[in-house]
Design a protein around this ligand. Structure first.
Ligand code: NAD
Length: 342
């Protein structure tokens, strides 16, 4: 049998529960026979400890070389401290599309048969963080001002990605989510461009639109009406956590950040400092992100095998971590997944 050609990929264990879930995912990928040759690099607090920088040059160089990364969660200090490494990575590699699929895996939850994908613009909106304070009297922070940015090119890129994604994945409908009734420039431009691009896909992919607040409510009332949702950066950030909640919480939500020159795969959740080191974190979100990475490199066969192993481990073996109502530790869940793959 010919040896599989290994695909170089950067591996970032990250902070908090990151190293625990990354170890679990690497063990499962090994059992699956995934073709990645990982180059392990630091970032976040781990980057500061190892190299005095939350985003060391060696990490950037590695991703530039491989064009592919699997990333554990990174801690970002709130308020002061350093700027989010996640945001810096998106900017450095122009990762303009954030893909967050949500699929119910455990029957009997509040919502069953959910299968939708949220596509979030990843580089613009309020995340450009053009922010400052205006002092009044002796209060240096009397007024806070933030400016968002939306560009025609940025809107075209993400909306086109959404329609192409729908075509490639057999999805039937794209919903444009906006707040163009109030934010007429920054999200009005997105809606206008979205409507224009939708015309090119007439007859192939249906389009509809929602104001973001109504969308949030309808996602709870009737999530089955949605198929692919595409929206701007901040709205996408909020709605993607909401759809993660529909399918069992953050421990079950993977994400992909796609750019022209690199793609970075991660769990939607953060470094979970409250449970770090306890050995109880759910590795499935990161494992499903690794599944998206397999699809990205054309190994749909292995991604499908992984999905089956996850489904059977959860539903036939009933091995689940605490966030899913079970008692399994990260190690026990990992061993159960590996047993399924063997
Ligand atoms: P969080 O996602 O880390 O945790 C929220 C809650 O969900 C916690 O109760 C946590 O225990 C639980 N949780 C999260 N992942 C879990 C898992 N895999 N298994 C079981 N339970 C899980 O959000 P937070 O507490 O707001 O943020 C903590 C840190 O992570 C912050 O520094 C934040 O900036 C950072 N963060 C990073 C990323 C990323 O790297 N992509 C994303 C979000 C937050």
């Amino acid at each position: 049998m010919a040896a599989t050609t290994l695909i170089p990929a950067t591996l970032i264990p990250g902070d908090g529960i990151g190293p625990e879930i990354v170890d679990a995912v690497v063990a499962v990928l090994d059992a699956l026979g995934a073709p990645f040759a990982f180059d392990t690099q630091d970032a976040g607090m781990a980057g500061i400890e190892a190299a005095g920088d939350p985003l060391p040059q060696a990490t950037l160089d590695s991703i530039a070389r491989t064009g592919l990364a699997l990333k554990g969660p990174l801690t970002t200090p709130s308020g002061g401290g350093y700027r989010s490494v996640n945001v810096r990575l998106r900017e450095a590699f122009k990762l303009y599309a954030n893909v967050r699929p949500a699929r119910s895996l455990i029957p009997g939850g509040r919502f069953e048969n959910i299968d939708l994908v949220l596509l979030r613009e990843n580089l613009e909106g309020y995340y450009v963080a053009h922010e400052h304070f205006i002092p009044v009297g002796d209060d240096p922070k009397a007024v806070a001002v933030s400016q968002g940015v939306t560009t025609r090119i940025g809107c075209e890129r993400i909306v086109r990605y959404a329609f192409e994604y729908a075509v490639a994945n057999g999805r039937k409908k794209v919903t444009l989510v906006h707040k163009a009734n109030i934010l007429k420039a920054i999200t009005g431009l997105f809606l206008e461009i979205g409507r224009n691009i939708a015309r090119e896909y007439e007859g192939r992919v249906a389009v509809d639109e929602r104001i973001v607040d109504a969308c949030a409510m309808q996602l709870v009332m009737n999530p089955w009406q949605f198929d692919v949702i595409v929206t701007t950066n901040l709205f996408g950030d909020i709605l993607s956590d909401q759809i993660a909640g529909l399918v069992g919480g953050l421990g079950m939500a993977p994400g992909a950040n796609i750019g022209e020159k690199a793609a970075i795969f991660e769990a939607v959740h953060g470094s979970a400092p409250d449970i770090a080191g306890k050995g109880i974190a759910n590795p499935l979100a990161l494992l499903m992100a690794a599944g998206l990475m397999l699809e990205h490199v054309g190994r749909q066969d292995l991604a499908a095998k992984l999905k089956v192993a996850i489904d059977r481990t959860l539903n036939e073996d009933r091995v689940r971590t605490g966030d899913l109502g079970g008692k399994a530790t990260t190690r026990e869940l990992t061993a159960a997944l590996i047993a399924r793959l063997h």
